[in-house]
Every structure is written in C-alpha cells, then in structure tokens.
Ligand binder design. Structure first.
Ligand code: AMP
Length: 140
C-alpha cells in the first residue's frame, strides 16, 4: 500500500499536531486514541513510513510489538483491567481509517459488551484444511 506523508499519525510524529504521548523510543511511539472505545484506549505506531503491517520493515515491526507489549502491561496495571485487547487493521476493507500502521491497545473490564470479533459457527474441517494449504502456498 502506498504511504501518504500527510496522514494524521505522520503529522503527530513530526510534532505538527498534538497527541497525548504515553511513551516513545527510537523506533516507536505510543499515545492515546482521541476517540477511545474504552478507558485507556491507546495506539502504538512505528516511527517509519508504512501504511500497514504488510509493508512494515521487519525491524520496526519487532520494535513496535515490543512497545505494544510494554503498553499493554502498563494499561492493564493502570486501569486494573483483567484483560487487554490488542488489534490492528490493514486496508479500508478491514476497517482501517488512518493509513500509518498502528496497534490499538484497549483495557477490557470483562463487563462491557464484547467486540463483534469472534465467529459463531465452526467451519468444516476440509474447508479449514484447504484454506491453511492455500495460505501456506502463498508464503514467501
Ligand atoms: P483504524 O480504524 O484502525 O485506522 O483506527 C484509527 C484510530 O485513530 C481511531 O480509533 C481514531 O479514533 C484514531 N485517531 C484519529 N485521529 C487521531 C488523532 N489525531 N489522535 C489520536 N487518535 C486518532
């Protein structure tokens, strides 16, 4: 996916617009989501131009997931949350709205309505097997 230098998170990284910073290191940056879907909802982004996970440099991916882990642990402690959701969308079809790769880190209290994420029906074994083979064959 092509990268637009003027996306909102690129502007935050350049300090052109404000953000509620939690943490940063040489390769990653964590800040509060401006429209939280639960208390403590934050975002973690790499400090490199990549629109989605698929186009992210592997070293930055490694650094970013380490920061996600750090923020998830801290958010769990800070909000006394029994669980933490970590999510990440790639492409408009998946619901992505800001095209600088980011991870959502969201404390979950176990009482609020669950996200509509899990399927409701187990798939046939031969379908799962065929799909596993299809993805495996597309590995690079
Ligand atoms: P996604 O749909 O995964 O691309 O999520 C983009 C997220 O960015 C949404 O949860 C927005 O609330 C959040 N967002 C958009 N603009 C800002 C901003 N200026 N500062 C912080 N979060 C933002």
């Amino acid at each position: 996916m092509s990268y637009d230098d003027n996306n909102i998170f690129a502007k935050i990284l350049r300090g052109e617009i404000p953000a509620h910073k939690i943490y940063e290191d040489a390769r990653s940056f964590a800040f509060m989501d401006i429209m939280p879907i639960a208390e403590g909802h934050s975002l973690v982004i790499p400090k490199c131009p990549a629109a989605d996970l698929l186009s992210l440099d592997a070293d930055y991916a490694a650094a970013t997931i380490q920061t996600v882990q750090k923020i998830a642990r801290a958010a769990k402690r800070a909000f006394d949350a029994p669980g933490v959701f970590v999510g990440q969308l790639n492409g408009e079809a998946a619901g992505q709205t800001v095209f600088h790769i980011h991870f959502h880190v969201i404390p979950r209290d176990g009482k609020s309505a669950p996200f509509a994420f899990h399927g409701r029906k187990e798939a046939a074994s031969e379908i799962l097997s065929a799909h596993a083979a299809k993805i495996a064959a597309a590995l690079e």
